[in-house]
Design a protein around this ligand. Structure first.
Ligand code: MTE
Ligand code: MO
Length: 529
């Protein structure tokens, strides 16, 4: 306790009132900074567009009447963006001060104001074109944290009741308040700094990805260009090659691993004769290959979209295994990603001559970050969870009876060969068709065995053989189509495929757990006369 005495003059009273307003305003500012900083940080976990301040700012720009835009451009010229940022910071400051000044322990007007602002963030984020409901999370969590800061800070401010006679004006509540302000400000700056750091890292990585070149592939190791004969005969059918932006994405990464090529390395160890660690350059010094391979997720439901076909550029896994020398008895490659995800792949599937690769390119570009930049695995014929490790950094050669991996630890099958599947892609489900000839089209896959036949049936009628587009290879899906002379009524079309071993796709319905769904895909259409 200090020895100051605290006689209160009327001037001191006014001073106390002003002081209280300043404290309220600073609590309001802190609360708003918390909403912005935490909301922005969380947007790195959800999606770049879900940051509340950015979403609201973009919504304002998009909604602004053109007269206002013209005014901004003619007044500020090319400085219109910095002017917008300054304007937004100014508006947030005014609203934040207002929220702090208006907030009372018993009448939470300021909290209400912050709640409305957070709601604006939610609306702006979820109404972006590619948004999902998850995009509301940064605004909701940021808003809740901001309101907590406001409520708590105002309680501390209001707790500073008039100083009792002979009491100490710089007593414990002021110190508590200052500690609170300092603590929250420090936390907010740390959160904001982390957000800025992540943003810088992400944009550096995006720039690096645009800069790096794919390894050149010798002519005899290039993938033959697929001609029109591999495509479905209808323009709205599924394309043989899936563009990167349409390629399904499945992983456990809340935040995408950000690994630059300088940071990347692959350590190969365990049951090997020679442990090695490959740098990006070491890898790229090896002989590159290119292959078209269809990936599929074990979680794909009957008729689902978790399959995609791409041209991969990379390096044969078998050559690397030969280099390190796999010891007898080893039967599993346990691969680990930069974020600690693991997958156990049978060594047999990596050395039996199929085109298992460490891929660095996808459809002629470096791997997109979300598809494993800078290096991932691609193994024909196996579901992704046992083979397709993205952001791969570690290989341990081991045994299935000694090691297990992420999804096998959670009840999924140890080995994951892809099951034969066929899918109707057009017309759309429940489409209304006109009687007469309609083209039904889709795709079928049985990676590393290949498709020999696709059959279609309407209602309980006879099975008819569909037309199959040219097979590109046993490791890629195959497009099919069937001309249906449809009669009026409601009809169900069913598809089934047979693989090159002569094995018919099973009709028995099974869910995705533990080793992939089975059953025939069907679609029902209304045909009008
Ligand atoms: N690091 C990492 N790699 C991973 C996964 C993952 O969760 N983490 N998921 C796997 C699964 S289940 C599948 S189906 C494929 C999907 O690859 P894609 O997202 O490029 O389509 O990646 C595999 N590789
Ligand atoms: Mo998967």
């Amino acid at each position: 306790m200090s020895n100051e005495t605290g006689g209160l003059s009327s001037g001191g009273n006014r001073g106390a009132r002003v002081g209280r307003h300043v404290r309220r305003a600073s609590v309001g500012l802190l609360a708003a900074m918390m909403v912005a900083a935490l909301g922005h940080l969380l947007s790195f976990l959800i999606a770049a567009g879900s940051s509340p301040v950015a979403a609201v700012a973009d919504a304002i720009v998009a909604q602004a009447p053109s007269a206002m835009r013209e005014f901004a451009i003619s007044t500020f010229g090319t400085a219109d963006k910095p002017a917008l940022v300054v304007g937004i910071i100014g508006a947030i400051t005014v609203l934040a001060v207002a929220a702090g000044v208006a907030e009372r322990v018993a009448r939470p007007w300021g909290s209400l104001l912050l709640g409305v602002l957070a709601l604006a963030g939610v609306v702006a984020a979820v109404s972006r074109p590619t948004a999902t409901w998850a995009w509301a999370i940064p605004s909701i969590v940021g808003g809740a944290a901001g309101i907590a800061v406001l409520r708590f800070g105002i309680r501390l401010t209001d707790a500073r009741s008039p100083v009792p006679k002979g009491g100490d004006p710089s007593g414990p509540s002021r110190r508590t308040f200052l500690a609170f302000v300092g603590g929250v400000a420090g936390l907010t700056v740390a959160i904001g700094g982390l957000g800025v750091g992540l943003a810088r890292k992400a944009s550096d990585l995006a720039a690096e990805r645009l800069r790096i070149a794919l390894p050149s592939v010798a002519a005899k190791l290039q993938a033959p260009r697929p001609g029109p004969e591999v495509e479905a005969p209808v323009s709205d059918g599924t394309a043989f090659i899936t563009p990167n932006e349409d390629f399904y994405r499945i992983d456990t990464a809340l935040q995408l691993p950000a690994i630059s090529v300088e940071e990347w390395s692959l350590r190969i160890h365990g049951m090997v004769d020679r442990e090695i660690e490959l740098s990006w350059q070491d890898l790229n010094d090896r002989m590159a290959m290119e292959r078209i391979i269809t990936l599929t997720c074990v979680s794909n439901e009957i008729g689902g979209s978790l399959a995609g076909n791409a041209t991969w550029t990379g390096f044969p896994i078998r050559d690397l295994l030969d280099e390190v020398g796999v010891r007898p008895g080893a039967d599993m490659l346990l691969s680990t990603s930069a974020d600690g995800w693991t997958s156990g792949t049978p060594i047999a599937a990596l050395t039996d001559g199929r085109d298992a690769m460490l891929a660095v390119g996808m459809n002629g570009e470096p791997l997109p970050i979300e598809h494993g930049y800078p290096v991932r695995q691609v193994v024909p014929g196996l579901y992704g969870y046992v083979s397709a490790t993205k952001w791969v950094v570690d290989w341990e050669i081991t045994r299935f009876d000694q090691a297990s991996a992420y999804w096998t630890d959670r009840g999924w099958g140890e080995k994951g060969p892809i099951k034969t599947a066929s899918r109707i892609d057009r017309p759309a489900p429940l489409a209304e068709l006109t009687a007469g000839v309609n083209v039904i089209a889709g795709t079928a896959w049985a990676q590393h065995r290949g498709i020999s036949k696709v059959e279609v049936r309407v209602d309980q009628g006879p099975w008819r053989e569909a037309q199959t587009a040219a097979a590109y290879s046993v490791d890629t899906w195959q497009m099919w189509s069937w001309e249906w002379d449809a009669t009026p009524g409601i009809h169900t079309v069913v598809v089934r495929a047979t693989d090159n071993d002569g094995e018919l796709q099973t009709e028995r319905r099974q869910g995705t757990v533990p080793d992939g769904a089975t059953g025939w895909h069907s679609r029902t259409f209304r045909v009008v006369g």
